[in-house]
Ligand binder design. Sequence first.
Ligand code: R5P
Length: 329
Amino acid sequence: MSTGTSGYGDLKVFSGRNSKHLAQRVCDHLNIPLGGARTSLFPDGEVITKLDDDVRGRDCFVILSTCEPVNDNLMELLVFCDCLRRASAARITLVMPYFGYGRQDRKDEGRVPITAKLVANLITAARADRVLAIDLHAAQIQGFFDLPVDHLSATPVFFNYFQQMREDLGDLCLVSPDVGNVKVAESMANLLDADLAIINKRRLSGTEVDVGNLIGNVAGKRVLMFDDMISTAGTVCEAARLVMDEGAIDVIAAATHGVLAGKAVPRLVESPISRVVITDTIPVGERCEPLKDKLKVLSVGELLGEAIRRIHDNTSISALFRSTAGVKR
Ligand code: R5P
C-alpha cells in the first residue's frame, strides 16, 4: 500500500470491538492487514485499548459504529482516539459507519439536549482530525464539527443490488415512510425508473408512530420502502400495512442502518414486509436469527475502503460517486 500523497505517513486501519467484520472487509479492499489493537474492560467496566502496532507518524483510521450499547461504543471510540493521539499518530480519522445519537440533532421541544452536537464536541476534545460517516440521520450534523466530515451515501450499494433484479421487481413504487428521507427515495426512484410515493408520519413516542396519509398511488405495484434506519421498526411496519391496505402487491423494506432495537425483529417477522435489506454499518449478529429468511445484508466495506483510500491519497471522494448512483455530501 502506498503512503499516499496526504503527507501523513503509512495507512493503518484499526477496528473497535463491534466492527471487526466490516473493518476486515475494508482492509481486504485496501489489501492491508487490520491494525493490531486490543480493547478490554477492567473489572469495574472501564475500557482500555492497547495498540500492538507502532503508529508514530502514521495515517490512522478507526472503524467503530456507535450503535447499541451506544454509550459503551462511544466511550470506546473516544478512548481509542486518545490512545492513537498519545502514541503519536500523524492523523486520526474516526470512521463511524453508524453515528449514534444522530436523531438528537435539534431541540424539538423545550428543556432537551442536542446530544449529536455533544458527541461532536467529545470527538473534537478527543483530538480526532477527521470523521467519516455513512447516511447521517441529518446532513447538518456535519456542521456540528469544526473538522472535516466526509459524509457518504449508501445509495450506490443499494442501487447495485436492486438494479440486478430490476426486471423481476416489475411495476415498482419507491415509498419514503418518513418525509425526512424523501430526497433519497426520489433519487432511487429515478435510478430504478420507478414511481414515488410519500407517507406522512407522526411519531407518537419512541416506539409508536401513526402513519396517516399516503401521497401517491401504490395499487397493483411492488413497493420498495427506503429509509435511513430501521430502529424499533414501528415506522416501516406501519407503513407496510398502510401500502398493503392501499392495494400494493408486495413490500420490500430497505434501510442503511439496521438498528433493530427493542421489538424490531419480531415486528418485522410478523409484518407484511417480504424482504428486509440493510447494510453492515451495524453488526447483525444472532439477534436477527428469527428474521433470517427475510433478511439481506449488503456490505458497505468496499465503499468505505475506497473512501479511506481516497482520503489517504488526498484524492476526491465526490468523484467516487460520479460514475454511479448517490451522492457524497
Ligand atoms: C425518522 O426520522 C427516521 O428516518 C426513521 O424513519 C426512524 O428513525 C425509524 O425509527 P423506528 O424504526 O423506530 O420507527
